[in-house]
Design a protein around this ligand. Structure first.
Ligand code: FEO
Length: 172
């Protein structure tokens, strides 16, 4: 049975994914304002990634005949720090999302909801990737943080990040 408690928790997670999208869009605007178009583009791809995460939960709720309830999305910050500080924030945020997904999985186990556990497996794997992407960029950003030509090279490289593939097309 798809319990109301679990449905409510998934609706909250849809909101958390949209907040993540909003946060990365705000970071994209920040980098645009700092003339770092590659980092802005990387954040915009991350924004799109989060929309995919939200919609996957949205579709799942509908597939199971549950009622999606969209809630207000909190405003993200306007001001951010240096590129290193922004990517530290990205990593910390993804670690927080990972714990939200793990809590959801624990709840799905408590409720004996096997389909939701199966769905969440995709998100658990995805969070490993999300944290890895953020920490890889952060590590390299730290190496060049005091060397402007290095920042510009990294900016160019981050701008080449491809658009995310929706899970249906990826076969997930
Ligand atoms: Fe939806 Fe970046 O986790």
């Amino acid at each position: 049975m798809f319990t109301e408690r679990l449905q409510n928790a998934i609706n909250d997670q849809i909101n958390a994914e949209y907040y993540s999208a909003y946060l990365y869009l705000a970071m994209s605007a920040h980098f645009e304002s700092k003339d770092l178009p590659g980092m802005a583009a990387w954040m915009r791809m991350q924004y799109e990634e989060e929309i995919i995460h939200a919609l996957k939960f949205f579709d799942y709720m509908n597939d199971r005949g549950a009622r999606v309830v969209l809630k207000a999305i909190d405003a993200p910050p306007v001001e951010f720090g240096s590129p290193v500080e922004v990517f530290e924030e990205v990593l910390a945020h993804e670690q927080k999302v990972t714990s939200l997904i793990h809590n959801l999985y624990t709840l799905a186990m408590e409720e004996g909801d096997y389909p939701t556990q199966s769905l969440l497996q995709w998100y658990i794997d995805e969070q490993v990737e999300e944290e890895k992407n953020a920490s890889d960029v952060l590590a390299r950003m730290r190496m060049v943080q005091d060397y402007p030509p290095g920042i510009l090279m990294l900016d160019q490289e981050l701008g080449a990040r491809p658009a995310p593939t929706p899970p249906a097309q990826a076969g997930a």
